[in-house]
Each structure stands twice: as C-alpha cells, then as structure tokens.
Ligand binder design. Structure first.
Ligand code: DX5
Ligand code: ZN
Length: 214
C-alpha cells in the first residue's frame, strides 16, 4: 500500500490545528525541522512537535534537517514523534549510528535521509537499524521546488537492497511529489510519499491525497 505523508511546511502555521485536520485521511504527518545550519532555513522545533501531538492521531514523521541530530533525537521522541529520520550528512557515521539506537531505544521508528548529492551506498551501513529510508528529491530546506527525476536510480537501488535483504524498512521520497511525479516514484520503488504543496494547494485535499496514492 502506498502511504501519503503531507508536509506541514506547506500549511498555514497560524492555523496549524485546522490544517492538520484537513489531512486526516493521510497515513503520516510529515514534520520538517530545520536549524538554519544544516539547511539555509529555520522552521519549527520541539515545542511545536509537542503541541501537534495533542491535536492529531496520525503518526508523526519527523524529518530532522539539523546539524548533529544525535543531540536532539531523544527529545523529539519524547515530544511525540513516531518516526524520526536523520541525515547521514549531518554527522559522523558513529554518531548517526548512535542516533538510530537512541530513537529505537525510545520505542520509536528510526531512519536515515539522503540529500540529492549523496549516493545510495551511504545508507548501507545503517540499513539494518532503519525502519525508514528517505530519499530527497529536492535539496532540503524549502517546499515548492522542482522534482529531481535523476534520483530514480538511487531509489531503485535502495528498493533492491531492502527487498533483497528482506528488511522491514519503508522507502520514502520527499520533494516535488505531485499528481504526475507520484507515478514515477511509485514505479521506482517508493512506498511513502511526502507532499507539501501538492496537498495544501489542492482545492479538494482528501481527493488529492487519494490521487497521490497513484
Ligand atoms: C524540504 C522538505 C519537504 C517539503 C516538501 O526540505 O523536507 O518535506 O516540505 O515540499 P513539496 O512537497 O512542496 O516539495
Ligand atoms: Zn521533509
């Protein structure tokens, strides 16, 4: 089954509860955390995750675009995240490994994220500890960017490794997913689709969520 994870980065932050309620037919709620260091933008953090937790039953899929995430993963778990993903580019392999262990020890689902310039191989050392791998199909930092079709070989490679090893790991894509590109990412092995603009700019949001399932 294809899962949809609307990104609240495209929501109206002054009406977050209302906008979260609009996507209740989705599977996960994607929360983009940015620190202004790892990416050139600052979005939301711990207090917002904590507040969102109280107003939705959707699993919170927290995408940490922060430097050295090992410092904060435990607090994001405690704030109510269900899935926490960390960028492999954000710290040493040793600390990324530690971050994944901390998330799992909190009883949450852990995952790694790859920026467009990072090869599929960078996820390999962590695959056994991941219940999610996220492939960025735009440069992280901003919503509304153009989908990078050249990430499809990376996606196929990861799908092959996950299936080949029989891993219980979801494969997520993030960036530029819309009613056209959703077919491309699904055909190349993604099973969780993040969508910000394509969901929140739609006239009929439940219909758009359904459409994105392919
Ligand atoms: C970008 C974020 C994305 C973003 C996607 O750094 O990680 O989750 O919200 O936005 P769209 O779907 O508009 O490309
Ligand atoms: Zn994201």
């Amino acid at each position: 089954m294809i899962k949809i994870a609307p990104s609240i980065l495209a929501a109206d932050f002054a009406n977050l509860e209302r906008d979260i309620a609009l996507v209740r037919t989705a599977d996960y709620l994607h929360v983009d955390v940015m620190d202004g260091l790892f990416v050139p933008n600052i979005s939301i953090g711990l207090p917002v995750v904590q507040s969102i937790r109280r107003v939705t039953d959707l699993p919170l899929d927290v995408h940490l675009m922060i430097d050295r995430p090992v410092r904060y993963v435990e607090r994001f778990c405690q704030a109510g995240a269900d899935i926490v993903t960390v960028h492999v580019e954000a710290d040493s392999a040793e600390n990324t490994d530690r971050a994944l262990d901390i998330i799992s020890a909190q009883g949450k689902r852990a995952g790694v994220v790859l920026k467009p310039g990072t090869p599929a191989e960078a996820a390999l050392p962590f695959l056994d500890k991941c219940s999610m791998v996220l492939v960025m199909t735009v440069e992280p930092g901003f919503g509304g960017q153009k989908f990078m079709e050249d990430m499809m070989p990376k996606l196929r490679q990861l799908r092959a490794w996950i299936d080949g090893r029989g891993l219980d790991c979801e494969l997520e894509v993030d960036g530029g997913v819309d009613p056209v590109t959703c077919h491309t990412v699904i055909a190349n092995g993604a099973n969780v689709l993040v969508a910000g603009s394509a969901v929140y700019k739609a006239q009929d949001i439940p219909a758009r969520i359904k459409e994105l399932r392919g």
